[in-house]
Design a protein around this ligand. Sequence first.
Ligand code: F6R
Ligand code: ZN
Length: 188
Amino acid sequence: MLFPQGVAIDGATGAVSPATGRYVKKLSALRDLYASPALVDAFIAEHGDVNAYEVIEYRPEGSDICFGTTIMAPGMIGDEYFLTRGHYHAKKDRGETYYTQSGEGLLLLHSRDGEARVVEMRPGICAFIPPEWAHRSVNTGTTPLVFVWMCTIDAGHDYGEVATRGMRQRAVEQDGRPTVVDNPNYAT
Ligand code: F6R
Ligand code: ZN
């Protein structure tokens, strides 16, 4: 039987208590997602294989919904901001919300039928991610980007398509400001 529970979420650190799971993504694991993998190698040679982001989950067994936090380190590879892998949900009718707690970033999205959108990530903004939209977050600030995500427990992840085709857009710094540009390497 499921019982109600209050879960503490620290909006500054992203700590979740109690949590049911967590994982860390090292920068090296994301190498091929950047416009310049060679610059990832150079970054790692200089700074080490840093933790690019961490995901902490509250996923109660037998529940229909789950939530958790993503904590993204600030950083840049050349002019491109630190990013998450990006994915569609495995179940095609499952959406999600991202509610930013601290830091600043951009949520890059594209639909299977060719639309692309960007939603600002900053405290107070809860992003709605409809089903069938690939989503990737980027940290455009100088502090950790912390957001609470919530979706159905069976949404699942389909990483393959974004890994092979890329996202339609990239978030880069231009003239000192976050700018979203078309990804010339997006495989249509
Ligand atoms: C779950 C979700 C987030 C991401 C997390 C890391 O559906 O969207 O919990 O999984 O922000 O991003 P990915 O999974 O793209 O590496
Ligand atoms: Zn998702």
